[in-house]
Design a protein around this ligand. Sequence first.
Ligand code: ZN
Ligand code: ZN
Length: 363
Amino acid sequence: LARAATLVGPRRVELREYPLPSLDGGGALLQVEVCALCGTDYAQFTGNYSRANQPSGVLVPGHEIVGTLLDGHPDLLRTWGVAEGDRVAVEPNIPCWSCPSCVTGDYVTCVTPRAYGFTPVDVPPALWGGYADTMFLSPRSILHRVPDGLDLRVASLFNVLANGFQWACNDAGLRYGQSVLVLGAGQRGLACITAARASGAGRIITTGLASDATRLEAARVLGADLAIVVDDCDTVEAVREATGGGGVDIAIDCTAGATRPAIDAIHCVATRGTVVLSGLKHGHGADGFPVDDVVTRQIHIRGGLSASFAAYGQALRFLAEQGSLLASYRTHELPLEEAERALQILGGELPDEHPIYVSLLVS
Ligand SMILES: [Zn+2]
Ligand SMILES: [Zn+2]
């Protein structure tokens, strides 16, 4: 039997047992070792997660997964280029591989997305998430071998850091010496700062609330030159002042919910600057969108969603070579039995905890 922390309803997590899947129809089994948690896990937990095409219902959450391959069809393992016993990092998407997005290599925008951590238990074989000691891997999965010698707890940051490389570097087109503004110093913001610093960014500025003091300190250690506390000043004015009035080359909005930072990002970039919007606003539009400013200053705006295959590789290489500093901000690591508590800590519900990176140490 496999044990899985199962989300049975809003704020209700139960440890349940499931029969181990048969691999007769293909696929593989993964022994989950570490599953990292992000804001999406918390939104699922509280019943506030909604994205088009994503089913809800009773499910095993967990989409930032590293583990060891237990078993798999030999042809499939050959196709993946892995062997039983290999340590792998699992991309969350399970693409269909036949829609226009998939066949052109853009599987992140697959029109019929299925994903680990988001698939209900009534879809056989139920074990579709990382909050489980054993999970099923669809033949359509995308795996990355974990570099030799890389601790799996450090490797578990591969997902968040892949977002950092994707948004701050690849999507933004970061070139050596360019200045970067990262709005929001949460998990994703810190990953963007790490990736930008590793990729030769010049000045890096970040923003956060006074209550984010722990994260703003982490941002400075990870490479931010300036952390603006938005409670006591105007972000746009502060960024202009810090850049001699010219603005930054690149601004990335990593904040969730509030739309103001997305507008601030536009006002903070230099003429012909690039804005990457990666924080979802739960359906809210932004009043005061400065259309004329975007036109006249020829600002480049793009959305950043998830990460590419290349970015996952960048993240794993970085973690293998110099991941220890980022991993020092893995503030909480809990066993599977305490998945609910891990989610509460992550969501800031426990006043004495100051979470940054939270994960389940499954086996
Ligand atoms: Zn996530
Ligand atoms: Zn597809």
